[in-house]
Design a protein around this ligand. Sequence first.
Ligand code: MN
Length: 440
Amino acid sequence: MTRILNATHDQQLQSWVSSANEAGCDFPIQNLPHGVFRRLGKNEAFRGGVAIGDQILDLAAVVSKNILPPAVQASAEAAAKASLNDFMALPTAQRSDLRAALSTLLATGSAQQHATAACLVSQSEVEYALPARIENFSDFYSSLSHATNVGALFRPDNPILPNYRWLPVGYHGRTSSIRVSGVDVRRPVGQLKDPARDIPDFAPCKRLDYEVELGMLVGQGNELGTAIDIKETDNHLFGICLLNDWSARDIQAWEYQPLGPFLAKSFMSSLSPWVVTMEALEPYRTGFARPAGEPEPLPHLWCPELAERGSIDIRIQMQLQTQRMRDAGEAPVVISTSRFTDAYWAMAQLLAHQASNGTNLCPGDLLGSGTLSGPEPESRACLLEMTEGGKKPLQLPNGEQRGFLEDGDTVIMTAYCEREGHARIGFGECRTTVLPARTV
Ligand code: MN
């Protein structure tokens, strides 16, 4: 297994920010995810930072203190902006040099500990913005288990269409309604068609659902009219966020044929604030393989490196807390666990496929993995699958049931990577509460 590791991945590395060394912390010094934040109630500008323990290293403050080696100062300035697009556009090696310098600043024994400590802001005091100006969002369908389960509900006689095994099926999503974790989602209103009636209603969605996905953010883009060679995809991916791709299943069922999802998806998508970089994810790379008996991908969607390092062992959890649970002081409950390694299509294939027609991908573009369901019942990564279209409601410990989400429900995605001999790193959370629909 080729893993391109360096001193920043060393499991023994500790930080003088003591919370970063605590077991189970999402943001040890081996992680260093990038995000955009500002302190609450201070009316100040958003700027870039890096999470460390329960703190944020304010990169705008680091830049102004001149405590970084001159060679990485320009990269730090790009990463300190109110959106990370310029930083994402830098060559991988330049971003990597900044990571090494930040790791040195934050490591136990740092010569700059005193000056760096003055650049820390507590995560409890901030609000986040989206990490990038996302100009394009495409959402894929890379889990065969999800495609099979959902296909069986929408088309019982024909769940998997012939193209599925040959290309990563996707569609263009909407960017204006992407929101960062913590922003509530308003239940959408739309056309709903009861099969027993001849005409549709226009009413609040009754089948509101989440989708557990990972969001890949593009680093360097490509020129219009060119493609991205699948062997080069590592150089075009910046990092990974948690993505909840909200879905109105009743609107979807009526509208989706023949042109695919539209208003059932565009009302909102939620993204976690911290982007875990591809470099931080390097130790958890793992081989990518299709199950036996599946066709070999066409040459532009395959290279031997995928078999070696095409997937990443990311474990993702979804938790639910209803209004009643919150009122009673009851903690959220885990309702599903997914593994990124269960995907039928690899990240590199999504990227190479999307650029294969000559489309220009841009820094900060968001590619959704699609709902990351695995073969086990507990890995069904949306309620549509878990409850079989609402027929088998989820039983919650307090006696409540859920076929789909109700107003006041909060869903919380988290994820982590761990591997023997390496630090455990996490993604933070993507948390959203459902608000009632507007009055129709
Ligand atoms: Mn989706």
